[in-house]
Write a protein that binds this ligand. Structure first.
Ligand code: FAD
Ligand code: 2HG
Ligand code: ZN
Length: 475
């Protein structure tokens, strides 16, 4: 059963007619206008949201995107920008019959400046493909996430995706240096925002408005961003403890003792490991079961130096009883297994049936408390309540499952969770965004004036409000 709690009312946008299709065919070619077999485009990754679009457009150039948006502006047709459709909040699929503009064929330009490490590319490249193209040149993408095989770099920018390298390379805002965007205005204006230079304080940094804009302001067609030197030495370590207090201490120690090489600090609770075993038959990596588990990675340039540090750190944690057990991956196979556990959690949950997904930022002292509170609140109404996430960034993924969508469980969870989080000074969305899922709760933790400023900004870029309606910024 699809998520049907959220009730939206269709805006008075025009309905698509045959002459629109003919016009789109003249822009992108007949083969790039799809009007049948659109299920994959209409349904989100979680299979929680489903739209009814009858038209998917696959432009290959920024000029084609611009011409499409110009037509949609004049006809008052609503449009949803879609990249890899891996978003987890229902932002990348239509609510009603909006046209889907897929950027998956926007993948011609790719240029890497080897000395500065600045990449310029079209927005339709798959993240993992960029990673493979950069590797032989001695670079990596500064972001990495479980959806890397399907998500596109434009989608990553539009969601300000976080992921597992955030602790080391910072957010998309740290790395994006300029964007080309197409606006849904009367000319389908193509804008170049930011110069793509590492340093440039010659004006407002307006490209940042589009980072995390969830397709509300314009369609990102080109990206200039900093990529990172490829580490030549990578170590992964797993630690288990029964005290969350100790997890926080380990984080503090990792920041000091692993300092310049620390590249990931991830968290999985015992219930996540149970889910991985039950639903994916993946065994926990340590003999002993621990309530809290940490996956820590270092990336550097000197294997001897890094191993010495990591080894010393593991001994320190065990000798000082911060961790009750721990292992260092001895080779790539062992390291991949540890990462497989972390990255398969999202998929493993899906086997239970319906997933209530939460992606919250919390001050560390509250990071796990909410999980216990929710567990208690739901009792046996849920199959499981689990928490994994990017502990090093204060980002918890609290997931609850039931066999089928249950309105009773939904009402017990919301707005309870979001209110709890904002009262503790957290955010209701750390990295996944607002989309449809969190739209009813957007005011929580936000100043009224900031929300109206966002509407004013949307009106400047998207004067008729045809881009991705009903979601993050509703006019
Ligand atoms: P889509 O899902 O297609 O789109 C996402 C949003 O961006 C939509 O609002 C869409 O309208 C808009 N958009 C897309 N392309 C453009 C464009 N070119 N111009 C303007 N707007 C556009 N997220 C994290 O932050 N960290 C994680 O660790 C993480 N792990 C994940 C693991 C899995 C297994 C899955 C399924 C998802 C994960 N996500 C994670 C969610 C996440 O947001 C993304 O996977 C990714 O950044 C979305 O990219 P996409 O190409 O799929 O975009
Ligand atoms: C992750 O960190 C993703 O694995 C997905 O952001 C989180 O499944 C989730 O809730
Ligand atoms: Zn995440």
């Amino acid at each position: 059963r699809l998520f049907s709690t959220l009730k939206f009312k269709r805006g008075d946008f025009a309905r698509l007619v045959d002459s629109d299709i003919t016009h789109f065919e003249s822009i992108v070619g007949k083969e790039n206008v799809k009007t049948t077999e659109l299920d994959l485009y209409n349904t989100d990754w979680m299979k929680s949201f489903k739209g009814n679009s009858t038209c998917v457009l696959l432009p290959q150039t920024a000029q084609q995107v611009s011409a499409i948006l110009k037509h949609c502006f004049h006809r008052y047709l609503a449009v949803v920008p879609q990249s890899g459709n891996t978003g987890l909040v229902g932002a990348s699929v239509p609510v009603f019959d909006e046209i889907i503009l897929s950027t998956s064929k926007l993948r011609n330009n790719f240029n890497l400046d080897l000395s500065s490490g600045i990449l310029e590319c079209d927005s339709g490249f798959i993240l993992e493909e960029l990673e493979s193209r950069l590797a032989p040149q001695g670079y990596i993408m500064p972001i990495d996430l479980g959806a890397k095989g399907s998500c596109l770099i434009g989608g990553n920018v539009a969601t300000a995706a976080g992921g597992i390298r955030f602790i080391r390379y910072g957010s998309m805002h740290s790395n994006v240096l300029g964007l080309q965007v197409a606006l849904a205005d009367q000319n389908g204006t193509l804008l170049e925002l930011g110069t793509g230079l590492r340093k440039d304080n010659s004006g407002l940094h307006s490209h940042h408005l589009f980072v995390g804009s969830e397709g509300q302001l314009g369609i990102i067609t080109g990206i200039k961003m900093l990529v990172a030197p490829k580490p030549t030495s990578i170590c992964s370590m797993w630690l288990g403890t029964d005290s969350f207090e100790k997890c926080q201490k380990i984080l503090r120690e990792a920041k000091t003792k692993l300092g310049e090489v620390l590249s990931a600090f991830e968290f999985l609770d015992a219930e996540t490991l149970r889910c991985l075993k039950e639903n994916e038959n993946l065994d926990k990596p340590l003999e002993t079961a621990s309530k809290y588990n940490l996956l820590i990675e270092t990336s550097g340039s000197n294997p001897v130096h890094d191993m010495e540090k990591v080894d010393g750190f593991l001994s320190y944690c065990l000798e000082n009883e911060l961790a009750k057990d721990g292992i260092l991956a001895k080779n790539q196979t062992e390291a991949s297994y540890l990462w497989k556990l972390r990255e398969t959690a999202t998929l493993a949950l899906m086997h239970d049936g319906y997933v209530y997904k939460n992606d919250v930022s919390l001050p560390l002292k509250y990071y796990y408390e909410l999980t216990d509170v929710v567990r208690e609140r739901l009792g046996d109404k849920a199959i499981r309540v689990i928490n994994y996430g990017h502990l090093g960034d204060g980002n918890a993924h609290l997931n609850i499952t039931t066999k089928k969508f249950s309105q009773e469980v939904y009402d017990l969870l919301y707005p309870f969770i979001y209110k709890w989080v904002t009262e503790k000074g957290g955010s209701i969305s750390a990295e996944h965004g607002i989309g449809q899922l969190k739209k009813p709760y957007i005011h929580l933790g936000k100043h009224e004036k900031e929300l109206s400023l966002n509407k004013e900004l949307k009106k400047i870029f998207d004067p008729k409000g045809i881009l991705n309606p009903y979601k993050m910024i509703d006019l």
